[in-house]
Design a protein around this ligand. Structure first.
Ligand SMILES: NC(=O)c1ccc[n+]([C@@H]2O[C@H](COP(=O)([O-])OP(=O)(O)OC[C@H]3O[C@@H](n4cnc5c(N)ncnc54)[C@H](OP(=O)(O)O)[C@@H]3O)[C@@H](O)[C@H]2O)c1
Length: 320
């Protein structure tokens, strides 16, 4: 192992997102994964338990405690745990260890906790200075990117989201019950969803978010409907999107009336924004974004943020 590589540990490595992260890190020559922690998978080879290949295939999953992780003295830790589990790990880790928390636990923190909330493209400069990052939610990432060029023009927004069932994690629930979902779409948390509050908190926009789960495994469509202060036509909206994302390799703007589809981003690291429709007289604008919830909605963005904190190239191992 090269001495200059950053030493990384994954906690919650057996989850949907942990697996994706390990796969991305395999192609990342700036980082070496030195441990993978999981309770249920402890003792198993990463190849057998989570489908790891190449240089990480022979890692053994370990049931590590927060103190064990601190004792490893790694450069970076990614917490891929269920919501509500991060506190003991955060308390145990010293400030020298850069941390990305994938859960919602620190997405609402003020600056005093040391966490920076980061949709990478929006908050890159803050991440470079951060010790800890609260990684955004998957719907929230797609919605905030689609809203970003128009933020100062928005009076109110409605966000309609449809996610593959991997968005609900591995613990059995109605949202990942394939018998319940077969041939159907399940609306849930139709008021007050955590990511409704998250988008509101980080954009200042008054909005309603209506999430749904579909019977496919991965991928999200977010349709963002905006009531604006002024009329914006389709050409101007495309121009604003193109200008905002011109230098962003992971954000593709699609012209024309056809919406981007989940199948275009599945297993891809980027977001596609398009399907723009406008009624300048009514001052309404509708924009569609698609994202792979497990990648740019979780693992890819966690790795972008980790890289920035560690001072290595943001897109190492990440193919746009
Ligand atoms: N799925 C998505 O699309 C998505 C998108 C954005 C953000 N996120 C967030 O990312 C995190 C991981 O999501 P996921 O979909 O990968 O979840 P998941 O598939 O349910 O995996 C969670 C992992 O954490 C471990 N774990 C759970 N509670 C633990 C505890 N108290 N102590 C130690 N380990 C614990 C699990 O069990 P074992 O220890 O037995 O392995 C598993 O490895 C969640 O906070 C989620 O909100 C998910």
């Amino acid at each position: 192992m090269s001495a200059s590589k950053k030493r990384i540990g994954l906690v919650g490595a057996r989850g949907h997102v942990g697996r994706e992260l390990l796969r991305l890190l395999e192609a990342d020559d700036t980082c070496e994964v030195v441990f993978v922690s999981s309770r249920g998978g402890a003792g198993q080879r990463a190849a057998d338990a989570i489908g790891a290949t190449g240089r990480f295939a022979d890692l053994i999953l370990q049931d590590l405690q927060p103190g064990d992780v601190e004792a490893r003295g790694v450069d970076g830790v990614v917490l891929g745990l269920s919501n509500g589990q991060s506190d003991p790990w955060i308390k145990a880790l010293s400030p020298r260890t850069r941390v990305v928390d994938l859960s919602a636990d620190h997405r609402f923190d003020d600056a005093s906790t040391g966490f920076v909330y980061a949709v990478t493209e929006k908050h890159r400069d803050a991440v470079r200075q951060a010790q800890r990052v609260a990684n955004p939610g998957c719907y929230a990432t797609a919605a905030q990117l689609a809203l970003w060029p128009f933020e100062s023009d928005v009076v109110r927004a409605q966000v309609f989201g449809v996610s593959g069932y991997s968005g609900a994690g591995s613990t059995p629930s109605p949202k990942n019950d394939l018998q319940l979902l077969a041939g159907s779409i399940l609306p849930y948390d139709l008021v007050g969803h955590t990511q409704e509050r998250e988008i509101q908190r980080h954009t200042g926009i008054d909005l309603s978010f209506m999430p749904h789960v579909a019977p496919f495994f991965r991928g999200i469509t977010v349709t963002v409907s905006l009531d604006l202060r002024r009329g914006i036509d389709v050409d101007e909206a495309h121009g604003m999107l193109a200008e905002r994302f011109a230098d962003e390799p992971l954000v593709q703007v699609m012209n024309g009336p056809n919406p981007p589809l989940v199948q275009q981003v599945r297993e891809k690291n980027g977001v596609i924004i398009g399907g723009v429709h406008a009624d300048p007289v009514q001052r309404r604008l509708v924009v569609v974004a698609v994202i792979d919830n497990l990648l740019k909605g979780a693992a890819t963005q966690a790795l972008q943020n980790l890289h920035l904190m560690l001072g290595v190239p943001e897109l190492s191992g990440i193919t746009p």
